[in-house]
Design a binder for this molecule. Structure first.
Ligand code: AMP
Ligand code: GLY
Length: 426
């Protein structure tokens, strides 16, 4: 079977790495992939939004299954395009309508409200209703949460304590701070609690629950500094125990999938539920229609059943017959980033690992330089270790990070340490 993984980051490296363990005979292509995926797959240069290239690759390489990693091609309708242009290929990734669960915060909030899925109280406004939006803000308690409706590369959520600042940011968004993504703004209640992420593979009727994870979004230790794509991840999450996950299944996952079916949405792919645990009750902060990065790097290493089999069943609509097996081992992923990220940073530094790192190394932002692999992004490598408990996985991941070198490297020192104290391991 030939598989095409769309994307070129750590998430796609981890998905392709897991597919590569399948007992089904396979041949993996990545578009564009990275030097990490090149170790076991064929990379095809190009852009993830070049649908024609994807179609031509499907036909030239006799691809049976396309797995779409990032959200942008999904929101732009790659699944619908392939359904029309290459109807025999199986696609993991929702239709354009399904992708609106991530592509429009207003669509997602309306969906949750209609289907009775717990989420923060909200209202949506356009620029014409700036005054009404300000009146709504006044009704809310600080901190104020403003969300640009459309995709804004993870930057579209603003949380501020001061009402005047919220009003002026609202104006900035309407004035184009996030481009067209800010034509509409969702204002919502601030949810107090601890965040975690749940992931499923769904064929639109049934689902497999993947291991849950927690990511670390802020750049600095102790959750300080600017927001990033994610500086590390850990799985499992101790407070996501049996009773809590039962609430997540019955109040959130199952009503979401039932809602997708009821609304007639064509959905075969991943759903990533960004959740807030508010005193033991889960609320949805956001939906993503893809896996998280760097959550995937931890999650994939904990799936012990055959992911490729699950993905084929997902595309065929037979997920009800599948069972997922999850390893008892913990996973901790530490992102090695370029100094300066998420603001300006230098690239093209050689990456050196004089000895075996002793953990899995997924490539996020790397490229080929002069005879070596060089840094080529803000997030450069995701280093993942598995061990019987989080404390050991964390130690192993940091030991491995210590065995890899590139100039100006930056990483957080406290990935997963909050869970150690929560779980009483420290
Ligand atoms: P998002 O881009 O939707 O993932 O939001 C970015 C981050 O903002 C989330 O990971 C949360 O930490 C935070 N956030 C978003 N919405 C809320 C909310 N209603 N209450 C508290 N925090 C929120
Ligand atoms: N790590 C968060 C995300 O992928 O959206």
């Amino acid at each position: 079977m030939s598989i095409l993984v769309i994307g070129g980051g750590g998430r796609e490296h981890a998905i392709a790495w897991k597919i590569n363990q399948s007992r089904i005979e396979h041949n993996i292509f990545c578009l564009p992939g990275n030097p990490g995926t090149a170790a076991f797959a064929t990379n095809i240069p190009g852009k993830v939004t070049d649908f024609e290239l994807v179609k031509n690759t499907v036909s030239a390489k006799d691809i049976d299954l396309v797995v779409v990693g990032p959200e942008v091609p999904l929101v732009e309708g790659i699944a619908d395009y392939l359904k029309a242009e290459a109807p025999s290929v199986k696609v993991i990734g929702p239709s354009k309508q399904g992708a609106m669960l991530e592509g429009s915060k207003d669509f997602a909030k309306d969906f949750m409200t209609r289907h009775g899925i717990p989420t923060a109280r909200y209202a949506t406004f356009t620029a014409k209703r700036y005054d009404r939006a300000c009146a709504f803000l006044k009704e809310m308690q600080p901190p104020y949460v403003l969300k640009a409706d459309g995709l804004a590369a993870g930057k579209g959520v603003l949380i501020v304590d001061d009402l005047q600042q919220a009003e002026s940011l609202l104006k900035d968004i309407f004035d184009g701070k996030f481009g067209a993504a800010g034509d509409k703004v969702v204002i919502e209640q601030f949810l107090e609690g601890i965040e975690m992420s749940a992931f499923v593979i769904t064929d639109g009727k049934d689902y497999l629950l993947l291991p849950e994870a927690k990511d670390y979004k802020r750049v600095g230790d102790g959750d300080t500094g600017l927001n990033t794509g994610g500086m590390g991840s850990v799985s499992p999450v101790c407070f996501a125990d049996g009773p809590f996950m039962e609430k997540v299944r019955s109040r959130i996952i199952e009503p979401t999938i039932a809602g997708i079916a009821k609304d007639g949405i064509d959905y075969k792919g991943f759903i990533f539920f960004g959740l807030m645990n508010c005193k033991g009750d889960p609320y949805v902060i956001e939906y993503n229609v893809r896996m998280g990065d760097p959550e995937t790097e931890s999650v994939m290493t904990r799936i012990s059943s055959d992911l490729l089999e699950h993905l084929i069943a997902c595309a065929d609509g037979t997920l009800a017959e599948e069972t997922i097996e999850i390893s008892e081992k913990a996973a901790v992923t530490v992102i090695m980033a370029s100094g300066g990220y998420p603001e300006a940073y230098q690239s093209h530094y050689p990456i050196m690992a004089p000895k075996e790192p002793g953990a899995l190394v997924f490539h996020c932002g790397t490229a080929y330089g002069d005879g070596c692999v060089v840094t080529a992004g803000g997030r450069v490598l995701a280093v993942t270790a598995n061990a019987p408990d989080i404390a050991q996985a964390r130690e192993d991941a940091y030991d491995a990070v210590g065995n890899i070198y590139f100039e100006d490297c930056y990483y957080r020192n406290d990935i997963a340490s909050d869970l150690l104290s929560l779980a009483g391991e420290e």
